[in-house]
Design a binder for this molecule. Structure first.
Ligand code: ATP
Length: 445
């Protein structure tokens, strides 16, 4: 299965999904850049999440509103949240000779690099330090956020008051988070800079269990509705000793990657951990006044915390198929295999390909380019005239384009084109004047 990951990594680079950061300098610390197709696909994932959370959900009371908080925050936030203490640290052993550090649970008795003696394990914090202002001293030190949700807690009262909300309600946010992971691995699965899609649901303590169940179901449904195969997705309740330091209850939503079952999203009941600690450290009363019960209390928080990068990888792995060559009528069967990326239409980075049947007929090329220009403002399109039509179909299948248009000699006479469906391989002729409407309709679901 490691082989499959290699193929996916290679496809990502070859077709402009993901590149290694600073590649000409040999790469940098497990950071990755999203290429032209990668950024479209990741934006599609984030949009699908945002729409789902802020538009489609119709929970009681205030619903879910959005937020975009700063990455840099007062370092006091991280003291109160528990991230600067043992809760957010990996146990590491350091080699006495070469000083390299290893995850204590993953290393033997000696250094795997130089054979040197290892120190006993100690905690190593995962927060990324930085300095704000002109002087690099401790007073000016802060951290790049390790989770986006703290920005939400910082604004709990602002949002509550400015939007005149009543609990239960949620705040959704998408943004970068940073962790100095010691063993980043598995391509974009575990990196030091990543994007989270988080929703924090504020509710009465007594309703927390019900909402936990509800959000867990909703989040599983989201992945399935976007095409993830049922057999590759599961929810696992995390036992107490393995839970995050803030979690009263935790379920990991896991995807079956080629390298095994791994978490892609966490559903957490954070109780009143965050608001009560921030109230304690800041001296602000962050309790909620419940007009119905005339009580003041800290709402409980149910969090759905997913990773845009991890779901990107899950969608890619799930969609990746290898099929014998010759799927397309125009392609002669060979021993070659073809790659088909069966991405959900909403997630696919390029929606429409425009392919003139042959290259050396100027009238055909002119018409194809006109059609490309017509569609470009409405859909992410790709124009391709290089190589045989069979080869070009293969290229569009490899990046998961749902609809390919062929511009042929009939087009010039009848003002219509062939629309080929990636999945059913069905071809139909559609009038150019109706193309935008027809494609919009097809891409809707
Ligand atoms: P893990 O146990 O894999 O380190 P975690 O339990 O620490 O993950 P959370 O703190 O629950 O992760 O973060 C929520 C989500 O953020 C994860 O489910 C994942 O999608 C994403 N995430 C966390 N750490 C990383 C990382 N290093 N690289 C990419 N995504 C990450």
């Amino acid at each position: 299965m490691a082989d499959l990951m290699e193929k996916i990594v290679s496809l990502c680079k070859r077709r402009g999904f993901v590149y290694q950061s600073s590649e000409i300098y040999g790469g940098f610390g497990s950071c990755y850049d999203f290429g032209p197709l990668g950024v479209e696909m990741k934006n599609n994932i984030k949009k699908a999440w945002w729409d789902e959370m802020t538009k489609k959900q119709s929970p009681p009371a205030g619903g879910i509103v959005g937020l975009d908080a700063a990455i840099l925050m007062s370092p006091k936030v991280w003291q109160a949240s528990g991230h600067l203490t043992a809760g957010f640290a990996d146990e590491l052993a350091e080699c006495k000779a070469c000083k390299k550090r290893f995850r204590a649970d993953l290393v033997g008795k000696t250094c795997s690099e130089c054979g040197g003696e290892l120190t006993p394990p100690r905690k190593f914090n995962l927060m990324m330090k930085t300095f704000v202002g002109p002087v690099e001293d401790e007073a000016n030190q802060t951290y790049l956020r390790a989770e986006t949700c703290q920005g939400i807690y910082m604004n709990f009262e602002n949002v509550l008051n400015s939007m005149r909300l009543k609990i239960p309600f949620g705040i959704a946010q998408i943004g970068k988070a940073f962790r100095n992971e010691i063993t980043p691995k598995d391509f974009i699965y575990r990196t030091r800079e990543f994007e989270q899609m988080e929703m924090q649901w504020f509710c009465r303590p007594k309703d927390a269990d019900i909402f936990f169940e509800r959000w867990q179901k909703e989040r599983l449904k989201w992945y399935l509705n976007l095409g993830i195969k049922k057999e590759n997705l599961r929810a696992i309740e995390v036992p107490k000793k393995e839970r995050a330091h803030y979690a009263k209850k935790q379920t990991d939503i896991e995807y079956r990657f080629p390298f095994g079952w791994q978490e892609i999203e966490g559903i957490h009941n954070r109780g009143d951990w965050d608001l009560s600690n921030h109230a304690k450290y800041s001296g602000e009363d962050l309790r909620y006044y419940d007009e119905e019960t005339k009580e003041k209390y800290f709402p409980y928080i149910i969090e759905t915390s997913g990773g845009a990068d991890r779901s990107f990888l899950a969608f890619l792995c799930d969609a990746y198929q290898e099929i014998p060559s010759g799927r397309t009528k125009t392609t002669k069967p060979t021993k070659e295999i073809e790659i088909l990326l069966k991405l959900h239409k909403k997630i696919a980075p390029v929606k429409v390909a425009v392919l003139p049947l042959v290259k050396n007929k100027p009238k055909l090329i002119k018409k194809a380019k006109e059609i490309y220009q017509l569609l470009k403002p409405n859909f992410v399109c790709q124009y391709d005239e290089l190589g045989s039509i069979g080869r070009r179909y293969r290229r569009v299948d490899e990046i998961g384009v749902p609809y390919s248009l062929t511009i042929d000699f009939e087009t010039l006479k009848q003002e219509d084109v062939t629309v080929r469906d990636r999945d059913t391989m069905k071809q139909e002729r559609v009038k150019i004047s109706e193309l935008i409407e027809v494609l919009e309709e097809k891409l809707k679901n």
